[in-house]
Design a protein around this ligand. Structure first.
Ligand SMILES: Nc1nc2c(c(=O)[nH]1)N[C@H]1C(S)=C(S)[C@@H](COP(=O)(O)OP(=O)(O)OC[C@H]3O[C@@H](n4cnc5c(=O)[nH]c(N)nc54)[C@H](O)[C@@H]3O)O[C@H]1N2
Ligand SMILES: Nc1nc2c(c(=O)[nH]1)N[C@H]1C(S)=C(S)[C@@H](COP(=O)(O)OP(=O)(O)OC[C@H]3O[C@@H](n4cnc5c(=O)[nH]c(N)nc54)[C@H](O)[C@@H]3O)O[C@H]1N2
Ligand SMILES: [Mo]
Length: 813
């Protein structure tokens, strides 16, 4: 499928073509003049930027698309929101006594300082802390969805500087798939969640039934890690038109379920109970003799041990559909029907990740793979399972492409040769979602994927490119732990809650204020897109790249040029492009010279590859499991894992199993509801919470809470009411959205609203979901984020009016 540029993009682009024959770095970097739409890109895809009187006034999609993507309209908000950090700022109590700071983080005034003062202040304390406690005391594993780009990569740039300084503590894994990415290698020999899927065209051609198991692609495909190629949303549009049977299994009637309308069957289990539901289906398969025994014998190991558990030979509890119904709330008869439907037709089980971002999250995808193995369709076109159809266009076929490299965290290239920098990367790392545990328990031992490890003693934190105050669980516990380090620096374009809880805040440019490039499609490499600077840096904002280069100069004279390898922003891009051109030549993609490319300001579309379009995951394994074994110890799909057996973990047994979570519907006390924290339609996590899109979802000027009609009636709550949601960990103020679109017994507050804690009452005025969630690991196998685990109570809010201050900069800010 060839991408069509939207009409506007095509006309503007064609008119803008200029000849530029000489190497002219100065002209490259000039902001584009008024009156011409500038092509740039973000996570939400290639975008055209309209300027008026030097101001960015609109951003729109640059690729033709059928399903609208609201996030593409946020450009002007991103640049001009009142929430921008304008100047370097320091906390008063810190400035007064940097070695032994006064006051409390998050509870102090900020003072404006110059960039030089900020650099010097950070440098002196960084050196003192590093000398006293060693490199492991410096946490630079700063996690998060910084903006797109191959040069302006906040975390990498931070780590590059910290490497020059002598090393740091880093992180393992991510919040997204913490559980799945650790369990899957034990089961199928690869992380699975970040891999090319059986392609969208193959699914359209061969699947009869598509199951969206906890999958909300109409939201989640609005973005990709690089930049979306927009193919995923087009696929779901085509799937809807195809007339295939689509079954959505989700406690929420999500945007995707609504999108499919009467083309979809919606099945709503209680959250966190999918393993029980799948066991019920698996039991029905065995009962009806519908499981594919030949497949299980040839391609899997340990099925017999699992079947003993399934049939209750181990524990006396057969996992029948009737047993499952009591746990998951889906009628037994429906589970039996699902078993029959899945077995009778070519079925693709597409699974999302929300259901593994939970306590015992490892079990979900392990059980899903087991179910798919019992159906025997793994490796057939359009059959089996897929764990990345909803993310970064995982089913868009890989193109023959000129692929861009990116800046690296270590200094290489010419300039590091022959210098005496003691470059060192992460000296140790811990699972990313265990940060609060690490702060609380320095030196403490913990288990991770078969190893005993120890937490570092963190004394300094520098966070660049992540929203840890929104992304981490149990915000009040985080705030307490956050008092422990001696220095917290935040590099941010915005006054997020994290910035408000820092000692030093550095104003950073948005991607609209700098030059960069990106590929689209994490798997497809469909386009190479220029990310041209659209407006000058706002206020005193600087690029992360320049900040860390300046800091490197303070490490030692000449450090700046070692950091930059002597290259300017545009020179880096020029070299990256040249590398892409080399692979482009091998792939026979015509790519103009850099200066032409840059001045033309048009994307380059890569070549389609017929073979890649027909890619079927596990086809070669299916063809010959001996010649093409999986990367597991047995070379097969491990339904029972001896490796995991050897770890002896109570919270991750050696075959997929139902483990009752600590906080879920089944353990709720009267009145308690289960909290879900799905990803929002109109945000990327916390990003754009301040934007005009907030008007589309805010209720009573608060983050909405989805409440089932029955649950709301019992509590006298109506749509539009302010509601207090609370548990022992905290309380939030939210706006009621009363609906039948959520399973009774559950509520949903989408993750990502900026914490905005009222000093007097402790209520989060902006409905930050993580104020309520449990900060526990998925299990000691993977230590993944379990943010989708919590019970809450709700009541109509009748207290005093609490004005929202989430997006206000601090006084003087
Ligand atoms: N309860 C619950 N919690 C969750 C989840 C959940 O489902 N439920 N989901 C989890 C998941 S999957 C994830 S990935 C995380 C997401 O967590 P994050 O990725 O940390 O969330 P973002 O809001 O995208 O944070 C990115 C931050 O980087 C800043 N930024 C953008 N560009 C730049 C730049 O160029 N330089 C610098 N210095 N800063 C920049 C933005 O302003 C923003 O504050 O949240 C996790 N938390
Ligand atoms: N617009 C937008 N797109 C995004 C993001 C964003 O913040 N905004 N974040 C990006 C990132 S970093 C990631 S990791 C991905 C996240 O992708 P996912 O993790 O897949 O997204 P979620 O919204 O957490 O969950 C998807 C669906 O699972 C359902 N669900 C939750 N718990 C359960 C359960 O126990 N059982 C079942 N059956 N269903 C359940 C939710 O209701 C939701 O509809 O999305 C990416 N795309
Ligand atoms: Mo994520």
């Amino acid at each position: 499928m060839k991408t069509e540029l939207s009409r506007r993009g095509f006309l503007k682009g064609a008119g803008a073509a200029l000849a530029f024959s000489t190497f002219a770095p100065v002209s490259w970097a000039n902001p584009v003049a008024d009156g011409r739409a500038v092509l740039t890109a973000g996570r939400m895809g290639p975008m055209l930027c309209e300027l008026r009187n030097g101001k960015l006034v609109a951003t729109t999609n640059a690729l033709k698309q059928t399903v609208p993507n609201s996030l593409q309209t946020t450009g002007p908000d991103q640049v001009y929101t009142q929430a921008r950090v304008k100047y370097p700022m320091v906390r008063k109590g810190f400035l007064a006594n940097p070695e032994n700071p006064e006051g409390t983080r998050g509870d102090d005034e900020f003072v404006r300082i110059s960039w030089d003062e900020a650099y010097n202040l950070i440098h002196r304390q960084h050196m003192r802390i590093r000398k006293t406690y060693g490199p492991a005391s410096i946490f630079a594993g700063s996690y998060g969805w910084r903006s797109s780009g191959i040069l302006h990569k906040a975390q990498t740039l931070l780590q590059r500087y910290m490497s020059m300084a002598g090393g740091y503590s880093g992180h393992l894994g991510d919040y997204s798939t913490g559980a799945a990415q650790v369990i899957m290698p034990h089961v199928v020999g690869s992380v699975e969640v970040y891999e090319q899927q059986t392609t969208y065209p193959v699914v359209l051609a061969h699947s009869d039934v598509v199951v969206l198991w906890g999958l909300n692609p109409i939201n989640t495909l609005k973005i990709a890690w690089t930049s979306t190629d927009c193919a995923g949303l087009e696929f779901f549009h085509d799937l809807k038109k195809s007339g295939k049977r689509v079954i959505a299994i989700d406690p929420i009637r999500s945007e995707t379920v609504e999108f499919f309308g009467d083309r979809v069957e919606w099945v709503a289990p209680h959250p966190m109970t999918d393993v029980a539901m799948m066991l019920g289906i698996a039991h029905a398969l065995v009962d009806k003799n519908l499981h594919d025994q030949a497949f299980l014998a040839r391609y899997t190991t340990g099925y017999d041990r699992f079947e003993d558990y399934l049939l209750g030979k181990d524990d006396g509890i057969p996992k029948t559909p009737q047993w499952a119904e009591k746990i998951c709330g889906v009628p037994a008869a429906q589970l039996e029907t699902l078993a029959e439907v899945f077995a009778a037709q070519r079925t693709m089980l597409m699974a999302g990740w929300g259901m593994q971002r939970q306590q015992y999250g490892e079990q979900r995808h392990w059980m899903l793979v087991t179910l798919a193995a019992m159906l025997g369709q793994i490796g057939l076109p359009g059959g089996g399972f897929g764990l990345s159809y909803h993310y970064s266009n995982g089913g868009n076929p890989t193109r023959d492409a000129g692929v861009l490299p990116a800046i690296s965290a270590s200094i290489n290239g010419g300039s590091s040769a022959g210098n005496d920098w003691a470059v060192s990367g992460a000296v140790q790392s811990f699972p990313v979602a265990r940060i609060v545990e690490a702060l609380e328990n320095p030196g403490g031992e913990y288990h991770h994927n078969g190893e005993t490890r120890t937490f570092p003693d963190i004394r300094m934190i520098w966070w660049a490119g992540g929203g840890n105050f929104t992304h981490h669980q149990d915000t009040n516990r985080l705030i307490r732990a956050w008092q422990k380090p001696e220095l917290v620096v935040i590099s941010e374009p915005y006054w997020t809650a994290a910035a408000k809880h820092a000692d030093i805040v550095l104003p950073i440019t948005t991607s609209f204020e700098r030059n960069d490039m990106t590929m689209t499609g994490d798997y497809s490499n469909q386009h190479l897109v220029p990310m041209k600077q659209v407006v000058p840096p706002q206020w005193e904002a600087r690029h992360d790249f320049d900040v860390f280069a300046d800091m490197a100069e303070r490490l030692k004279a000449g450090g700046h040029d070692v950091y930059t390898e002597g290259k300017t922003e545009m020179e880096w891009l020029y070299e990256f492009y040249k590398t892409a051109q080399q692979s482009g030549r091998a792939a026979r993609v015509p790519m103009p010279n850099f200066d032409t490319f840059w001045v033309n300001n048009q994307l380059i579309e890569m070549n389609e590859n017929e073979k890649a379009e027909k890619f079927v995951r596990y086809a070669s394994f299916r063809e010959d499991p001996v010649l093409n074994p999986l990367g597991t110890p047995s070379g097969r799909i491990e339904i029972y894992s001896r490796t995991i057996e050897g770890f002896g973990l109570e919270d991750c047994p050696p075959h997929p199993a139902w483990l009752a979570p600590t906080e879920y519907t089944g353990s709720a006390k009267p009145g308690e509801l289960q909290l879900m924290t799905a990803h929002a339609a109109h945000r990327l996590h916390s990003q754009f919470n301040y934007s005009h899109l907030r008007d589309e979802y805010a209720i009573a000027n608060r983050e909405p809470i989805w409440i089932n009609t029955e649950d709301a009636q019992q509590r006298g709550i109506q749509t539009g009411d302010q509601v207090r949601a609370f548990n022992s960990r905290g309380q939030v103020l939210v706006g009621a959205f009363v609906t039948d679109r959520i399973k009774q017994g559950s509520v949903c507050i989408h993750e990502g609203a900026w914490p905005d804690l009222d000093k007097k009452t402790g209520i989060c005025k902006n409905g930050g979901a993580n104020v309520l969630t449990l900060d526990i690991p998925s299990s000691r196998l993977a230590n993944g984020c379990a943010g989708n685990s919590a019970l809450v109570s709700i009541e109509k809010y009748t207290g005093p009016d609490l004005p929202l201050t989430a997006f206000d900069p601090p006084a003087n800010g």
